[in-house]
Design a protein around this ligand. Structure first.
Ligand code: SF4
Ligand code: SF4
Length: 64
């Protein structure tokens, strides 16, 4: 499956991804950038689609 990977250095901390994630898998870190909880992310890609800075990439990860 895929998970969302955020380039925190490029994130502008708008919060759009936090609000749209259906799994509440994204949180803001100290108001500076967004971080994904890979345990909660189901790879839907909605955050990646909405990010105005285009800094969320969907990357394939292996399942155990
Ligand atoms: S891919 Fe979907 S589930 Fe994963 S962090 Fe983005 S919006 Fe949330
Ligand atoms: S939508 Fe993009 S720029 Fe906005 S907080 Fe999320 S990762 Fe950062």
């Amino acid at each position: 499956m895929k998970v969302a990977i955020i380039d925190k250095k490029q994130c502008v901390a708008c919060g759009c991804c936090v609000n749209i994630c259906p799994k509440n898998a994204i949180a803001m870190f100290k108001g500076k950038y967004a971080v994904v909880d890979e345990e909660l992310c189901v790879g839907c890609g909605k955050c990646s689609e909405i990010c105005p800075a285009s800094v969320i990439n969907m990357e394939v990860v292996k399942n155990d």
